[in-house]
Design a protein around this ligand. Structure first.
Ligand code: ZN
Length: 108
């Protein structure tokens, strides 16, 4: 798998994890409704899947927007590989941006 493919996987990983959490919540509420010891928790856990689905939607949209801006050339590019640079961070040697594809740090 190329470095750009891994970058895309990392970009969509929060959305996939939120989606998995929603599926686990839906499964848990449907299964635990039949178990008497777990049934009192169902009214609380039933809110987990909609919230997780909303989080997955927002995370997916943010990742898509970030990749779309990179493809459009609207974000700063890495001098080494041409990948998109992340947000401005403060380090011990000054501010820098980290490449989302290769991980190199670059001065803004
Ligand atoms: Zn790079």
């Amino acid at each position: 798998m190329s470095r750009y493919a891994w970058m895309v996987v990392r970009a969509y990983l929060p959305a996939l994890l939120a989606l998995a959490l929603a599926v686990i919540g839906m499964t848990w509420t449907s299964v635990s409704g039949n178990v008497h010891a777990l049934s009192p928790l169902v009214p609380y856990v039933k809110w987990l899947p909609p919230i997780a689905l909303l989080a997955a939607l927002v995370a997916g949209l943010v990742a898509t927007l970030r990749l779309w801006r990179w493809q459009s050339g609207k974000t700063p590019l890495c001098a080494g590989c041409g990948g998109p640079l992340g947000r401005l961070q403060q380090g011990p040697q000054g501010s820098y941006r980290k490449c989302l594809a290769c991980g190199a740090r670059q001065a803004p």
